[in-house]
Each structure stands twice: as structure tokens, then as C-alpha cells.
Design a protein around this ligand. Sequence first.
Ligand code: GAL
Length: 420
Amino acid sequence: MRKFMTMTAIAALMVGAVGGLARAADVKEVQMLHWWTSGGEAAALQVLKGDLSKDGYSWKDVPVAGGGGDAAMTALKAMVAAGNYPTASQMLGYTVLDYAQAGVMGDLTETAKKEGWDKAVPAALQKFSVYDGKWVAVPVNVHSVNWLWINKAVMDKIGGTQPKTFDDLIALLDKAKAAGVTPLALGGQSWQEATMFDSIVASTGGPDFYKKAFNDLDEASLKSDTMKKSFDNLAKMITYVDPNYSGRDWNLATAMVIKGDALVQVMGDWAKGEFVAAKKTPNNDFLCYRFPGTEGSVIYNSDMFGMFNVPDNQKAAQIALATATLSKSFQSAFNVVKGSVPARTDVPDTDFDACGKKGIADLKAANDSGKLFGSFAQGYGAAPAIANAYKDVVTKFVHGQIKTSDQAVTELVKAIDDAR
Ligand code: GAL
């Protein structure tokens, strides 16, 4: 008996030692490329860093500033070309599919099965996180772009009410102008202008038109009078920005609204992350309305963590990151700070503020009624090359290189065709 116990003890020790060696070889660090550098974004990322550190993983940050991620995606391309994959990278929809097609993504299907992701993550997101039957990315959140962010005190001062139509919105902007406040806070960068244009198109043409033009790339819709009218409406909106808007970062535009220097910003709900970081609350300090004419529709994007095919000794860290990201508690804690809503359907809205609760309810309703559409500007309408062609045409129109709506429509059709 005694001898048996001793043998067992020795065996246990040996297993421990071998296990210890294997663990020592594992990299206990997560290297993450992302473009979350604003105050609200950094605060949200802190939630993830905290969760991972509780699990024993350290964080190697690879931040590439630039809202919308254009600069980050250029940096990622260079890293991947050099065979230097991060554990994961922030990515938007079609970019995930591009890398998956290139064969550089890992496979988290086993973890997905164990964790039941296929039941918890909405099908619209799985279209981008699962490639060829394999989980290659995990969604962190669902953002949507068709929002107005309004300073409440300014709204009260000018006696404004919620705009229900595009014309109401123009009338509201006129009121702000008459009161000497900058009506529209915008940063003149292509991705910001195109993100606003997504909403204008959905408002001008209605949800079905948006889908046909910006998700199906239907040529007749792209060159229709409705698209021309959308460019006219964009031109109208641009008359309400301040003279210094060119090149301004999106979060500085949000800060103008937070401070009351401007009435409204049309932006994805990452803008709410800035209000939250500034300790502002909905209905007291700011108002969140759907862009007029788009109520009932949600034009979404989702930040995905694309999971690269990393060496074996980094796989445990990657699984830890993926598991933490899709845990229910993280999905609530992170998205409360980020301004987005959970990428799982089973997370209670208890901890979310009024705008977050509305975002969660809107997403469910839009999904149920077939009014959930991918944002063209935000990588969920078409492949990156096509989305870039779109952003390029919009910005040339806004900055006067394309002079008329007629010409804009012609250039849009051509640019999309060339990029296909
Ligand atoms: C979006 C991204 C958001 C937010 C925003 C501004 O593309 O989905 O999470 O970071 O850019 O940087």
C-alpha cells in the first residue's frame, strides 16, 4: 500500500512537471492590433485587458490610430505579408473574409462548439466570423451608424424637437445656425463622410433602396435618381459644418457636441463611448435619435477580432482571448462603455443606459423584420476594395473634386465596377 502510494505520488509529480514544462512554453501574452485610441475606445479596451490579466495573460498593444481603421488595416497588411501575425486584430466584416480566403486565419471551431457560440451569436454576424465552416473571428460588439448625437442643452436653447424627416433635420440645423451654434459636427475624413452618407441614403431612398444599392450593389439603384437625390442631400448637410472641419478626428467632432460647441453629430454609436467617458448621460446631457427616416432599420457594423493562424504555443492565449471576448459578462461590461450593443442575443440590457437599451431593442426588431443592413462605409456592405472606392467618391464630392450629384453617381458606378 505504502509502495503504491509512493508510486502514485511520483507519477503525479512527473505529470505535474511535464505539464509545467508545457505551460512554460506557452506564450502568456496576447498581441492585439486595433484602432481604439480615443478616450471612450481606450476605456472599453481596458475592460478586456483587465479580464485577460485575471486569467493570467498580459497584453501587448499594437494600436494604429485613425478612426474607421483604414491606417490600421494598412499596418496589418504589412505585418501579415512579413509573416508576423498578431494573436488577433480588430477587423470589419469583409476584411475577415478576405484574410480567411488568403488562408492565414486560425480555426476556433472547437472552442466555438464548447462555448455554444453558434446559438448565441446572431446569424448576420456569423456570416463574417465563420468561413468555410470554421470560426476564424469573434465578434466583440454590434455598432450601428444611423444615429444622431445631440447636445441636450443646445437643443433646449434653440427649442428643437426630434426630427422625424430629413426636412425636419434641415430645419433643426437652420435653428442652430440662427442661434450662432455650429449645427453639424463633422470631421472631413473620407470614412466619416461616407459613414454619414450611409444614413442619408437610407433616409432618402428607404431601407430597401439602401440594401439594393449598398449591399447588393445593384447598378440600377446606384445610378438612380434616388442616389442623385442622396448626393444632393449630402451637399445640403455639408453646408452646416464649421470652416475647420477638414481632417478633424471623429472624437474631436464628438467633443464639440459634448461641450455644446455644436448641436449634432451623425456618427456610429462609438460616439456614445465618448459621452460615457465624459460622464454624460442620455436625456440629461445628450439625446440619441435614429437618423430621421431610418427608424426601424439598423445599419450595422461589428468589430471582430480576427484570429490568425498563430504558432502552437500562442494558441492557448488566442483561445483565452476569444473565450473572454464572447463571455456574457464581458459582452455587457465592454459594450456599456464602448457605446455598442452585445454580439450575443442572450445578454440582459440591465446595465445599459437608455441609448444602449434602445440599441439592443432596435437590433432585435430590425433583425426580426429584415431591416438589418450592413454599413457600406464600415466594411459590411462589400469587399474592402469596393468600400474604399465608395469612400473615395463620397469624399471627392464633399471636397469639390466631383462637382455635381450627376457626376457623383457616374463616378460611383464606375469606381465600384473597377473595384469589383
Ligand atoms: C469603427 C469601429 C468602432 C470605432 C470607430 C471609430 O470602424 O467599428 O469600434 O472604433 O471605427 O474609431
